[in-house]
Design a protein around this ligand. Structure first.
Ligand code: ADP
Ligand code: MG
Length: 392
């Protein structure tokens, strides 16, 4: 449950409302086009609500990294199309006339401020910058779930200067994630994959306290296998995390969690679409080969667990799905989730892209818009952008 006030709990009529969205969308370098507008679409509910409630809507977001100076201009265009109305883009938020523009807004008008990361003060959570942003508005709405794990000027800083509430996307994300791991329909099955054990230790540990079954795939498989004394050839492996892997296996055993590691895998000499691949059992990885996907036997075992689940939480692809040759394990996981009647939750940026790539978005109960934020939430960490909002 989100124990924070939301836009429903404040009166916004004729008020200037600063809304922090997560418009950090992927942009094609050559064409300048937005390649996935999911995050913009997901922000519409709050924006439309505020427009209809007669607020003056001042949107802000970061895009890209500090120093890249990416522009939100394509976002303002896409947003205008989706809202079917004008969205005034403010290309320099430090210009003197910005305040005049905002003061002349009518109820229901929408403006978008340029990338908050045009200045290094955003990530530094600079107080003066936060105060400056806050000075444009009467109320702050945070709806940027994807940035909620970061205390930056436009996510946390502004809350010190304005009454601050959550938007509908943050509410939806928290309810979905919280419900799925803290009050799940059982059995609760988690699939954790991706590249590194080191980036997932926290979530693996936290999940072991909650789940009935844990399925491990992806490159992190090989750290576990090596820890068990299996030769993993050229597979990605974190040699300094072997003890961590053993601890996780031990914890699963102590807790009675059914933990499945791959039994077979697709291996190749290099990470390439043009290389020759073969499927071997995990004990038989040749010295000069690396594991790049789970094999058919493993897929079948994983599918069986997914079929039996009441809730499935997925974080991290089980193979190098960006290459078609090594995508079938990840596809099978996604398809099994899509076909199941369980509550299905996808957290993790690359897992979400995988689901998108396979065209299965509509078949999942919830796909998080925040990779890092959903991971930290599942780890049981507090998200500063949400903590700072007014309590219910
Ligand atoms: P998420 O963003 O969903 O949390 P991660 O960022 O942890 O996932 O990991 C995703 C990356 O892991 C993908 O780029 C994928 O190619 C890579 N990956 C998965 N399995 C393997 C593997 N066996 N070998 C190399 N890379 C892998
Ligand atoms: Mg990732």
């Amino acid at each position: 449950m989100l124990n924070k006030k939301t836009v429903r709990d404040v009166s916004v009529k004729s008020k200037k409302v600063l809304v922090r969205c997560d418009f950090n969308v992927p942009i094609d370098k050559e064409t300048g086009n937005i390649t996935s507008d999911k995050r913009i679409v997901e922000s519409l509910k709050t924006i439309k609500y505020l427009i209809n409630a007669g607020a003056k809507v001042i949107l802000c977001s970061h895009i890209g990294k500090t120093g890249q100076n990416k522009t939100l201009l394509p976002v303002s265009k896409r947003l205008a199309e989706l809202l079917e109305m004008d969205v005034l883009f403010i290309e320099d938020i430090f210009k003197d006339n910005v305040r005049d523009v905002i003061d002349s807004m009518q109820d229901g008008d929408v403006v978008l401020l340029e990338n908050t990361r045009m200045t290094e003060k955003e990530e530094a959570n600079d107080e003066e910058f936060a105060k400056y942003l806050a000075s444009f508005a009467d109320i702050f709405v945070n709806d940027a779930f994807g940035s909620a794990h970061r205390a930056h000027a436009s996510t946390e800083g502004v809350t010190h200067f304005l009454p601050s509430v959550a938007g509908f996307l943050i509410e939806k994300e928290i309810e979905a994630l919280d419900h799925s791991i803290n009050d799940p329909k059982r059995p609760l099955v988690a699939i954790v994959g991706g590249a590194k054990v080191s980036s997932k230790i926290g979530v693996l540990n936290a999940l072991l306290d909650k789940v009935d079954t844990l399925l491990i795939g992806g490159a992190m498989t090989y750290t576990f296998l090596k820890a068990e004394g299996i030769n993993v050839g050229k597979s990605l492996c974190e040699d300094d995390k072997l003890d961590v892997a053993l601890e996780i296996l031990q914890k699963a055993a102590n807790k009675g969690v059914k933990l499945l590691l791959p039994v077979d895998n697709v291996v190749a000499k290099e990470m390439s679409e043009y290389t020759e691949e073969m499927t071997v059992s995990v004990e038989k990885i040749p010295e000069d080969y690396m594991g790049l996907d789970i094999g058919k036997k493993t897929s079948a075992l994983f599918e069986e667990e997914i079929k039996k689940a009441g809730t499935v939480v997925w974080n991290g692809p089980v193979g190098m799905f960006e290459l078609d040759k090594f995508s079938s394990g990840t596809r099978k996981v996604a398809e099994a989730m899509a076909d199941s009647n369980a509550v299905t939750i996808v957290g993790g940026g690359d897992s979400a892209s995988a689901v998108e790539k396979f065209g299965l978005e509509d078949k999942m109960s919830h796909i998080s818009t925040g990779g890092g934020a959903s991971l930290e939430f599942m780890e049981g960490k507090k998200l500063p952008g949400i903590e700072a909002l007014l309590d219910k």
